[in-house]
Design a protein around this ligand. Sequence first.
Ligand code: DGL
Length: 273
Amino acid sequence: MPRTPIGVFDSGIGGFSVLREIRKILPTQPLIYIADQANVPYGERTGDQVRSFSRAMTSFLENAGCRVVAVACNTASAAALYTLREEFPHLHIVGMEPALKPAANSTQTKTVGILATNGTFEGEPYRRLKEKYGHGIRILETPCPGLARMIEEDNPEISSHLRDWIEPMLDDNADRIVLGCTHYPLVKHLISSIVGNRAQILDPSEAVALQVGRMHAQHSSDTDLNITLAEMASVTLYTTSDPEVIRTKAEQLLWPKISALPLRWNGKVLTTI
Ligand code: DGL
């Protein structure tokens, strides 16, 4: 019996930070990843646009046989998670939100800094999160316009922009810095070198991957018997832009010998070529 793939999507390569954690937990599971690089960054799109893109990627993953789908994008989760769960009742959909809860529970200075896109800060899930965990602490919200795109493009200015966004939060006494966009853990080494030991950095990638693993264990009937080597190796990347570009990135950030295939937008629907 073929093994059920797990689906993961993002506006671009940000979801790699979640994909690599899923791979650690489920090393033999086929994984399908979609990067909508024709439309990145989602942080600068309207909620309706992001919902429409997210719906199409979820539908593609459902048709590819996925039962569990990770929305490895805070901005897409903010705009679309509730809608996707309603529209795809047969799927188990794991979303993302900034790690405000662990930050609020552990801050000593009662000041938490959050880096995320405007789309995430403006979404209903974040509003609810703040209502639940934001009492008694100061939350310094720092939208980072253009950062996801800079990370996609390996822009050499990333470090100096990060410094401009992060230092004011540290100077304002934040002792927790939350990475509220899946692109940001990809430059965690740069963030760490700015933060030093002045604050703790919270990256939710592993927690999300663990939740994906739990969902998969509950809802898949796969066994590890009789898997072939080819199945073990199967991680398929799709992009709505140039497959060669994402393949090269994946080899830098994930594993060697990873294949990437093109997807095309046909109106609001995604098709293979
Ligand atoms: N990686 C995404 C997130 O977690 C989206 C960034 C973007 O496309 O603006 O928010």
